[in-house]
Design a protein around this ligand. Structure first.
Ligand SMILES: Nc1ncnc2c1ncn2[C@@H]1O[C@H](COP(=O)(O)OP(=O)(O)OP(=O)(O)O)[C@@H](O)[C@H]1O
Ligand SMILES: [Mg+2]
Length: 259
C-alpha cells in the first residue's frame, strides 16, 4: 500500500479521562475510497476516537495523520477545513432554523469556510439535501423532521462541509429496517458521487457488515480485531466481547446483500 493510497493514519492513540482509558494505543489506517466499520460494545471508545480524529480531544499519546499531514491536537475548525466532517451520535439540528439553513451551516464552516459566500453556501447545501433526499423539505423547520430525516439532515450538513473523509456516528440507530436500507443506499451513493472515504460507527450489525470493506473492533478502548467482515464475524474474541453467539454472528454475514 503506497502512502498516497492512505488517507488517514491513526497511530498508537491513547486518550484518558482521569483514570479511565477510553482509547488505548489504537492504530489503524484507512485507504482512500474505503468504508471502514468501527464497532464494539457501549463505552468501547468509538465516539472518543472520532473526537480525537476531529480535534475535539487531544490524545494523551499517539498521532493522527490525515492526507500525509500530522493533524494531532489541531482545533476542530481547522481539521474541518482540511476535509474531515462528522455526524453526531445524538442529532441536534437547530430546530428553529430551516432544513436548508441547517445544511448551510456545514458549508459556512466547512472546507471552503473562508471563501464561500451566502449564495454559494445555499447552493452547496441544496446539493447535499438533494443527495440525501431532503430537498423537498428545504424550507421546513428542522423541528418538523422525523428521526430518519434528522439523521439525513446531519449527513447533509456534514456533506456541505465538502469533506474527503466522512465520519458517521450511529446514523442508523433508532431507524426501522426500511429506513436502514434507504440510508445504506444513500451512504453508498454519496460515497461514490463525492469520492469519499468513510468511517462508520454502527451497532446495527447486518448493516455495518454489509456496507463495510473492513472492520475495526474496539473493546475497553483497545483494538481487539481488524479485518474484512467475514473475518470479524468469525473472530472468537470479537464474538465473546461483542457479537455473542457465533451462529448469530455468521448470520450477519450471510445476510450481506450484494447490490
Ligand atoms: N468527556 C468525557 N469525560 C469523561 N469520560 C468520558 C468522556 N467521554 C467519554 N467518556 C468515557 O469514555 C468511555 C468511552 O466512551 P465513548 O463515548 O467513546 O464510547 P462509545 O464506544 O462511543 O460507546 P456507545 O456505543 O455507547 O456510543 C466511556 O466509559 C465513557 O463514559
Ligand atoms: Mg458512541
Amino acid at each position: 500500500m503506497s502512502s498516497s493510497d492512505v488517507i488517514l493514519i491513526v497511530d498508537n492513540v491513547t486518550k484518558r479521562f482521569g483514570g479511565l482509558v477510553a482509547n488505548s494505543r489504537v492504530s489503524f489506517q484507512l485507504k482512500r475510497g474505503e468504508i471502514l466499520g468501527l464497532i464494539g460494545p457501549n463505552g468501547a471508545g468509538k465516539t472518543t476516537l472520532f473526537n480525537v480524529i476531529t480535534g475535539v480531544y487531544k490524545p494523551d499519546e499517539g498521532k493522527v495523520i490525515f492526507k500525509g499531514e500530522d493533524i494531532t491536537g489541531k482545533p476542530p475548525h481547522e481539521i474541518t477545513r482540511k476535509g474531515i466532517a462528522k455526524t453526531h451520535q445524538i442529532v441536534k439540528p437547530f430546530n428553529d432554523m430551516t432544513v436548508l439553513e441547517n445544511a448551510m451551516v456545514g458549508a459556512l464552516f466547512g472546507k471552503r469556510a473562508r471563501q464561500v459566500a451566502m449564495e454559494e453556501a445555499r447552493e452547496i447545501a441544496m446539493d447535499s439535501l438533494k443527495l440525501v433526499g431532503l430537498d423537498a423539505f428545504s424550507d421546513e423547520f428542522a423541528a418538523k423532521l422525523n428521526l430518519h430525516q434528522k439523521k439525513m439532515l446531519e449527513l447533509a450538513r456534514a456533506l456541505s462541509a465538502e469533506p474527503d473523509l466522512l465520519l458517521l456516528d450511529e446514523v442508523l440507530a433508532g431507524l426501522n429496517p426500511k429506513e436502514i436500507e434507504e440510508s445504506l443506499e444513500i451512504i453508498r451513493k454519496v460515497k461514490d458521487e463525492r469520492n469519499l472515504s468513510v468511517i462508520m460507527i454502527e451497532h446495527v450489525m447486518h448493516a455495518v457488515m454489509n456496507i463495510s470493506d473492513r472492520i475495526v473492533v474496539l473493546h475497553y478502548g483497545r483494538k481487539i480485531a481488524e479485518g474484512i467482515p467475514e473475518e470479524i464475524a468469525n473472530n472468537p474474541e470479537v464474538i465473546t466481547a461483542y457479537l455473542g453467539e457465533p451462529e448469530l454472528a455468521l448470520k450477519f454475514v450471510k445476510r450481506r446483500v450484494t447490490k
